[in-house]
Design a protein around this ligand. Structure first.
Ligand code: FMN
Length: 142
């Protein structure tokens, strides 16, 4: 089974979340490829069996615009039926960026393994969020 975890992180919070997802995947006995979005190619990534995508809330409740947004836009035409986990860190908002992102991926036909994504309002993410990310990583690998 091939699984990729692709993320953008400016100050490391979403990266810590990505690492927890990878831990969960490994705990389920699978390998995961951890990639910064700047090193990821959408077509290659879309060919995996399962996918986790991480990005914090940026701009005004949007995805990071120079790398993550164009990557996600390209993925939208490639992920119908694909098992996907969304996650990310945020600051002062109410999670709107993740609601919008989850809707987008559902409209693209993705099968989200957490309907509303996993969001963390702390730096670094609290232990219970990290545990939830590990559990979701395990599910992604099943
Ligand atoms: C340029 C910029 C824009 C941001 N916009 C939002 C926002 O719209 N809503 C929000 O809740 N947090 C916003 N934040 C806060 C980040 O989402 C938060 O600091 C997050 O933990 C960063 O994750 P990272 O360490 O993975 O980069 C913004 C931060 C920056 C630097």
């Amino acid at each position: 089974m091939s699984i990729s975890v692709v993320y953008w992180s400016g100050t490391g919070n979403t990266q810590a979340m990505a690492e927890a997802v990878v831990e969960g995947i490994k705990a389920a006995g699978q390998e995961a490829e951890l990639l910064e979005v700047g090193n990821a190619d959408a077509k290659t990534v879309a060919a995996v069996d399962a996918l986790a995508l991480g990005c914090p809330a940026m701009g005004a409740e949007v995805l990071e615009e120079s790398e993550m947004e164009p990557f996600v836009e390209e993925l939208e035409s490639l992920v119908s039926g694909k098992k996907i986990l969304l996650f990310g860190s945020y600051g002062w908002g109410d999670g709107e960026w993740m609601r919008d992102w989850a809707d987008r991926m559902k409209n693209a036909g993705a099968q989200l393994i957490r309907e509303e994504g996993i969001i963390a309002n702390d730096a670094p993410p609290e232990d219970d969020v990290l545990e939830e990310l590990k559990a979701a990583g395990k599910e992604l690998a099943e």
